[in-house]
Design a protein around this ligand. Structure first.
Ligand code: FAD
Length: 563
């Protein structure tokens, strides 16, 4: 076989897992090349919250948590249920803390352990905090010109399309917690006083969340002189016998045969932006327009793996989330947490509720799709709230009305997505929802607001629901009355932040064929692999966490690390 270029490890994609694997392989003396399809690196990982869910880490105890290997295993196995592969779960729990330590000791990638609740904290082994880790903010200047080619954060996690925030700051602003004005003033001052960055452009030089994660990883790759080829998509796998020898990569319009002596690690994302794969595998209706992720994730790694004989799993599942497609904004707005705030209901075309609005976003997004039927349409579902809610809280692209009144909203929001009326009946008619059904639902909601209990869907019962509720609201931080005109409605669709299905892998991230045999030389991580979390989302950071941990494991396996 002839090759145009030879390395030990070829890493495909540049999300959090891919870049972690590149560093881990190089740390074990491998010659590494990263190839990225788009002209920007970082993938959806760069657009994201950047949090990773790593139970039982060395950072948990000092931060105020208490955890153990046993509790972590019990929680994952219980929450994931029958889809849990014990060997992969054990590898995750054992190597997660090691991966964190490795990065801390060998790179610029440092994390802070957060009091963010597990998504099912009441399950055995569940915790009310300190398993989610957020990357420390950093300044863009250390990246030099590479800052310009890092993918931008998603709109939903940048304040007023300008100011970067971290998760703690975000919680203050979202729930309008006491002191939020101070937090906002600090974000603004930091931004406007950063004169060198203001002279360069609009983008904030303080990198947080996913941009801090990818920025810190890229800074570390640069220190180690690991090359990253942009606009260099993998087009084919090169296979000899039952071993993957490398891949064909397009560069500057030419196809290059790259030999990877120790292995190819594919972290090329899921298939959420391939409409034909969505139509084939995901529940209907489904649209690429409802995916908040980066548009380059078109299932390339999954398709090439399948063509080579790999087995797949979970292809009908995604990391679901309710989304609002907003005219003029490239990706839909993902509604992560504002559903927990008091004073809203989410209804179907009959005007009836069908789920706990404050549930973790995977559950809420999945419910919108699963409930949809000829009798009761929930695609879209509508979130209904009143003037009190509108004035006080942000919701998706709507800032709180007290600081961003309706008259100041851009036309895409004001005329495009927001419905408003003086009565609930008028509002219902304008969105094609049954008026009597909606009035009845709101009446019930107002009773539940008074008692603080939701006997229909238990909204506010879980500690997780309350985490993003309004702690100053009584008796429940998650249930409030809807009673003051005007009334508002916003359509929500069953969107995603990536797909969950992909190539079946073992505890070393090696791709398996349909007979359960290892495909030598081929590794899959992130959303290119079928998720080890099955159909669930145990805690914040359950997509990038496994991607980085299995990226670390894959690199160690490929380079035969034995420490
Ligand atoms: P990506 O990070 O998307 O990386 C895949 C890369 O592969 C892309 O750069 C793509 O261009 C490249 N690629 C594709 N095909 C090829 C090819 N043929 N050749 C070469 N390169 C290719 N998850 C969390 O765990 N924690 C969070 O806090 C979090 N917050 C989120 C917030 C938002 C707003 C969004 C949208 C998502 C969030 N997620 C979060 C989800 C998470 O970001 C993604 O699930 C995760 O980043 C996927 O990682 P990945 O490595 O599989 O894909």
């Amino acid at each position: 076989m002839s090759f145009d270029h030879t390395v030990d490890v070829l890493v495909v994609g540049s999300g959090g897992g891919a870049l972690t694997s590149a560093i881990a392989a190089q740390a074990n003396n491998a010659d590494v090349l990263v190839v990225e399809k788009s002209d920007q690196y970082g993938g959806t990982s760069a657009m994201s919250g950047g949090s990773i869910w790593i139970p039982n880490s060395h950072l948990s105890g000092p931060a105020g948590g208490e955890d153990s290997r046993e509790a972590a295993l019990e929680y994952i196995l219980t929450s994931v249920g029958e889809k849990a592969d014990r060997k992969r779960v054990e590898a995750y729990v054992d190597f997660g803390p090691r991966m964190l330590k490795f990065l801390e000791e060998n790179t610029h990638v440092i994390f802070e352990c957060q009091p963010y609740s597990d998504y099912y904290p009441e399950l055995p082994g569940g915790k009310r905090g300190y398993r989610t880790h957020e990357p420390y903010p950093m300044h863009a200047r250390v990246l030099g010109k590479d800052f310009e080619t890092m993918r931008m954060p998603h709109h939903a996690i940048v304040v007023m399309d300008r100011y970067s925030m971290n998760n703690v700051e975000g919680k203050y602003l979202l729930t309008q917690a006491p002191g939020w004005q101070k937090v906002m003033a600090k974000l603004m001052a930091r931004y406007w006083f950063d004169i060198p960055m203001r002279l360069r452009g609009k983008r904030d030089g303080r990198l947080t969340m996913g941009n801090a994660l990818i920025g810190r990883l890229r800074w570390s790759l640069n220190d180690r002189k690991i090359p990253v080829w942009l606009s260099a998509p993998m087009r084919e796998l090169i296979i000899e016998g039952n071993r993957v020898r490398g891949a064909v990569v397009e560069k500057d319009g030419k196809l290059m045969r790259i030999e990877a002596r120790s292995g190819v690690i594919m972290g090329a994302g899921g298939f959420e932006h391939d409409q034909s794969m969505r139509d084939q595998y995901l529940p209907k209706p489904t649209s690429t327009d409802w995916s908040a992720s980066n548009t380059n994730n078109t299932g390339d790694g999954i398709k090439l793996g399948m063509a080579a004989g790999a087995a797949t799993d979970l292809m009908e599942h995604a990391w679901w989330i309710p989304v609002i497609p907003v005219p003029g904004i490239p990706r839909p707005w993902a509604i992560f947490a504002e559903r927990s705030l008091p004073g809203l209901v989410m209804v179907d075309s009959k005007g009836q509720r069908f789920t706990n609005e404050a549930a973790p976003y995977l559950e809420a997004g999945a419910a919108i799709g699963a409930h949809h039927s000829a009798e009761a349409s929930s695609v879209p579902a509508y979130c209904i709230f009143d003037n009190t809610f509108r004035r006080k809280y942000p919701f998706g692209p709507l800032g709180p009305g007290a600081v961003m009144p309706d008259s100041t909203l851009p036309p895409g929001i004001h005329k495009g997505i927001m419905h408003k009326a003086e009565t609930l009946a008028e509002l219902a008619k304008s969105i094609g929802v049954d008026p009597a059904g909606l009035e009845d639902t709101v009446r019930k909601n107002n009773d539940y607001a008074a008692s603080g209990k939701d006997p229909d869907f238990q909204r506010g019962d879980s500690y997780y629901d309350r985490y993003y509720g309004d702690s100053t609201h009584q008796p429940s931080p998650c249930i409030g009355p809807i009673e003051q005109a005007p009334y508002y409605a916003i359509a929500l669709y069953p969107g995603d932040i990536g797909t969950k299905g992909g190539l079946l892998t073992d505890e070393n991230a090696r791709v398996l064929d349909k007979n359960g045999n290892v495909m030598e030389g081929l590794y899959a991580i992130g959303n290119t692999a079928a998720s080890m979390m099955g159909t669930k989302y145990p805690g914040a950071g359950s997509t990038i966490g496994p991607s980085m941990v299995f990226g670390y494991i894959a690199a160690r396996h490929a380079t035969r690390a034995n420490d």
